[in-house]
Unconditional design. Sequence first.
Length: 367
Amino acid sequence: MGRQIRIIRFGPLMIIASTLLTSCQLGRFVFYNFADIKDHKIFQSRPLTADTSPYSFQTTNSGKFPKELNGTSFDKYLEDNKTVAFLIIKNDTIQYEKYFKGYDKESIVPSFSMAKSITSILIGCAIDEGLIKSVDEPITNYIPELTKNGFDKVTIKHLLQMTSGIKFNESYINPFGDAASFYYGLNLRKEIEKMKLKTEPGKQFDYVSGNTQLLGLVLERSLKDKTITSYLQEKIWTPLGMEYDASWSIDRKKNGLEKTFCCLNARARDFAKIGRLYKNKGNWNGKQIVSQRWVEESTRLDTSEGSANFYQYQWWLPTPNEDFMAEGILGQFVYVNPTKDLIIVRLGKKEGKADWWTIFTSLAKAY
């Protein structure tokens, strides 16, 4: 689904009308209608700064990559399926890097739900530092206002595993649904305070973005005097030598909260570095950025307490105990196969008609 409403902006009345439409949750929904890869332009955000000594992947003129896919040339298949960026990185060397539809290596693309995996990394960093005691802590240790709603038995692990049992409508189509409220809303803290449970925690997997936004608030409270964005800068963006400035969208300018379930806005090569960090079990060129234990715990198969066999700690598991990936709506992916020393990044305007999970695992077998 694309934008369904087009407003021609001319004259004072149109300026007033567009301002009114975009100044509240419902107005934003009507005006913008559905998630789009240009959405980093419509939200307030906090900046991330490129490192002064950036890390760059090696490149090769004789990279190995498929010439065809499903009977169509590889380039054309990617473009026909709404891709804007595609990278294949083997042994830290870029084998294939192409951009489409007017995008290039400096084009910003929102992560959408790939931010969930990055939020998980930051939770791991906070646990490593002792800012959070363990995944078994009840979230009411950090969000006491949810005690009255029965959340005292919901743990950080339940949020990570998507087994919290929270009542949450993941639809972006319904303007009054929870996902739309979180995405377009102007007060995430207020929305969180209204959250309820529908089932007992630890019994059933249910992929909903509310879990990750609760993780975001847990993280923010644990950081005390730091924002989540500044923590990302300190723990990930600078140590990994990110090549470009980036940003994390927030709900509002004053006392804003990062949309940790989505909306980290960056470039394809820098997203690939997140994959490299986890490919190397949290180690970056000899420095342990996040503990190996956390990386392994985050990406291994665990079906206990209602957990799914294809999801772990905000990472998807296409082939459990073999590979893992971050995934976002519209087909944003960072796929990692450590045994093959392989990272694939795919960013798109839409997912297209491609089965990306199968494509990634097939490419991995070819390497």
